[in-house]
Design a protein around this ligand. Structure first.
Ligand SMILES: Nc1ncnc2c1ncn2[C@@H]1O[C@H](COP(=O)(O)OP(=O)(O)OP(=O)(O)O)[C@@H](O)[C@H]1O
Ligand SMILES: [Mg+2]
Length: 255
């Protein structure tokens, strides 16, 4: 364990074990995967467990699901975000309907920066004293920029501000080709301190879920890919003996 770092427990079943204690405080972790992989569920559970089990206020920045969709969908797990918001324990910035209008405006005026959204995020973090945040999905912001250089510059700035506020953050990232063992990564995955990839892949006419911690700066990681499930209570990572070692060439081997 790196004694120079403080760790934030996610509270998600199995995740703190495979992370060797949690996420270093203030780190930005990208959670990437294909549709239905469990990105939003994982990120929202990070906020929910933080609020409930660790009394840490959290901010949800949403670009896809509306606030009321989040309230309804995740009540299925018993997570009452509506109540937590009313109590002021969590904050929600809902850009689901306005984000495209905002993006169009940026394109029209030619001011290609994230300043406006970044300022709102940082203000809200300060207001509720958020120790955790999620941005779901980060792709909406990257869409603004025509090349990797600009994406890197703006995302790096946003991540830097979140880190300096000591706000541990999960950013979901949509992947079009979420293959296991791929060596192709997006610029957002490089800029973040942590990268968790979720896979929801077809094997013998059914789909199964796996999770891989590709990197977590400053923390030793096992090079395993773990199976996980989404059950009635949220994410459940199977840490015991069911992990898979990745052999050279990206082939997967169950151990
Ligand atoms: N109670 C439950 N038990 C089992 N599985 C569930 C339950 N509730 C939701 N799920 C599954 O979890 C999946 C939700 O994944 P989630 O919305 O987190 O994916 P995502 O990676 O954010 O996808 P997208 O890119 O489309 O936003 C659903 O497709 C559903 O199959
Ligand atoms: Mg989602």
């Amino acid at each position: 364990m790196n004694s120079a770092l403080e760790f934030v427990k996610t509270g998600i079943r199995g995740l703190d074990t495979i992370l060797n204690g949690g996420i270093p405080q203030g780190w930005i972790v990208v959670v990437s995967g294909g549709p239905g992989a469990g990105k939003s569920t994982l990120a929202l559970e990070f906020i929910y467990r933080g609020a409930l089990e660790y009394q840490e206020p959290g901010l949800i920045v949403t670009f896809n699901d509306t606030k009321s969709q989040i309230f309804k969908t995740f009540k299925g797990f018993g997570w009452d975000f509506e109540h937590l918001e009313k109590e002021g324990i969590i904050g929600i910035l809902d850009y689901s309907t306005s984000s495209l209008v905002f993006l169009e405006k940026v394109v029209r005026t030619g001011k290609f920066t994230l300043d406006f959204i970044t300022a709102q995020i940082m203000r809200e973090i300060e207001e509720i004293n958020a120790k955790r945040a999620i941005i779901d999905p980060l792709n909406t912001l990257s869409l603004l920029f025509p090349n990797d250089f600009q994406i890197r510059r703006e995302i790096h700035r946003l991540f830097g501000l979140l880190s300096s506020a000591n706000c541990t953050t999960m950013c979901t990232l949509e992947l079009k080709r979420p293959e296991m063992g791929t060596n192709e990564f997006l610029v957002e995955e490089f800029v973040a301190q942590g990268l968790v990839r979720l896979y929801y892949l077809e094997r013998s006419m059914a789909r199964f879920r796996w999770m891989e911690v590709v990197k977590m700066r400053g923390v030793k990681q096992e090079s395993k890919i773990y199976p996980f499930e989404i059950d009635g209570e949220g994410i459940l990572i199977k840490t015991e003996s069911e992990g898979s070692d990745v052999e050279e060439g990206g082939e997967e081997k169950t151990v």
